[in-house]
Write a protein that binds this ligand. Structure first.
Ligand code: ATP
Length: 369
């Protein structure tokens, strides 16, 4: 068992820097948790506090129900994998993997057996006699993982372990780490600034900004029901499109208006906005690239408002095409069928799916719906 809890954890550095503010989190045994957020939001500091490499200013960290604030890193039963691998250059792969077990005075035969089992899992058996400088980036990363796995820790902490690898290898290692998590049945806590990595690997994701948790939930919930404008913009690639719009009442209907465009809202959304007093006010509308349709398509009903869009860039990605367009002076990205023949400079008609619209309060930036 390895539950990890953070209760009101705060970290202040000298010079009045609050790196992590009142952080509360309950991580269950065997979860794969990702900390994601832009540079400087406090991800590494949080991970280092869990590892015991950074003292905490206030609050409590518990591993398996035991407060570990004053427990040495080596006694926390965790293993950390760093971005730069941190392998010992003068030792062979075998010695690197065996090192922490030797320190624990584990019997030689046992060490040998463990290193061999783990090196087989990671497909690095043939590299055991080499020194780190004779390895590729991907192989070094596997050794760093192997060194952590042989210790059989309760919790794995990983800080951007794939950031030094090229895009192809990163994709491959992502899949391997997910598989490793399934096989090892251990708690993983993983830091990245890459939302794709977060979305594809995490069972739950902590989205952070400026030392605060913005939202903690499953990848699907973050994508479909972001709590605020920041999460909506951070999760998803290409990102959600945003536009300031006016909420207007036309007879019984509620519309979102911008420039010449007027989008009629479905009943449920309309009545909620009215109940909350947003008629006559500006809000921020959000729509994902896949929820804007080609106006020529049969998906569009005659009642839909067609938006005029100027195509600026066409990105053909094979299975899909991304159009960078301007609608009423604002940039939008639209995901369309690759069959659509369109080129930069064209003026096209687009429609938005009103059921899929997200609406945010302009001041608080919180999600209204
Ligand atoms: P990145 O993705 O760039 O690694 P991060 O989200 O991991 O960023 P942290 O490294 O945790 O962010 O840093 C959080 C904040 O704390 C930043 O403002 C950083 O400048 C500050 N910080 C980190 N370490 C120290 C330190 N030793 N002394 C003072 N400030 C620090």
């Amino acid at each position: 068992m390895a539950n990890v809890s953070l209760k009101h954890v705060t970290k202040e550095f000298e010079g009045n820097v609050t790196a992590v503010a009142d952080f509360n989190l309950d991580i269950n045994d065997k979860e794969f948790i990702i900390f994601v957020g832009p540079s400087g939001c406090g991800k590494t500091t949080t991970l280092r506090m869990i590892a015991g490499l950074e003292e905490i200013t206030a609050g409590e960290i518990l591993i398996d129900g035991r407060v570990v604030n004053d427990v040495q890193p080596k006694d926390r039963d965790i293993a950390m994998v760093f971005q730069n691998y941190a392998l010992y250059p003068h030792m062979t792969v075998f010695e690197n993997m065996a090192f922490s077990l030797k320190l624990r005075k584990i019997a030689k035969d046992e060490i040998k057996a463990r290193v061999h089992v783990v090196s087989k899992i990671l497909d690095i058996e043939h590299l055991l006699d080499r020194k780190p400088k004779a390895l590729s980036g991907g192989q070094r990363q596997r050794v760093a993982l192997g060194r952590a796995i042989v210790r059989k820790p309760k919790v794995f902490l990983m800080d951007e372990p794939l950031s030094n690898l090229d895009a192809k290898l990163r994709g491959q290692m992502r899949a391997e780490i997910s598989k490793l998590h399934r096989d090892l049945q251990t708690t993983f806590i993983y830091v990245t600034h890459d939302q794709t990595e977060a979305m594809t690997m995490g069972t739950r994701i902590v989205v952070m900004k400026d030392g605060y948790i913005q939202q903690f939930n499953t990848p699907q919930t973050l994508y479909e029901k972001p709590d605020n404008l920041f999460v909506a913009g951070f999760i998803g690639s290409p990102q959600m499109n945003f536009k300031e719009v006016l909420v207007d009442k036309l007879g019984e209907e509620v519309h979102l208006k911008f420039g010449k465009c007027s989008l009629k809202l479905p009943h449920e959304k309309a009545s909620k906005l009215e109940e909350l007093g947003y008629i006559g006010k500006e809000v921020i509308m959000g729509i994902r690239p896949e929820n804007i349709f080609d106006g020529d398509a049969t998906l569009v009903s005659p009642a839909d408002c067609l938006l005029e869009a100027g195509v600026e860039v066409v990105e053909m990605l094979g299975a899909e095409t991304l159009l960078h367009v301007k609608i009423e002076g604002t940039d939008f990205i639209v995901r369309v069928n690759p069959q659509k023949r369109v080129k930069a400079g064209d003026i096209i008609k687009l429609a938005m799916n009103p059921i899929k619209l997200h609406i945010f309060d302009r001041e608080s930036e919180k999600t209204i719906m």
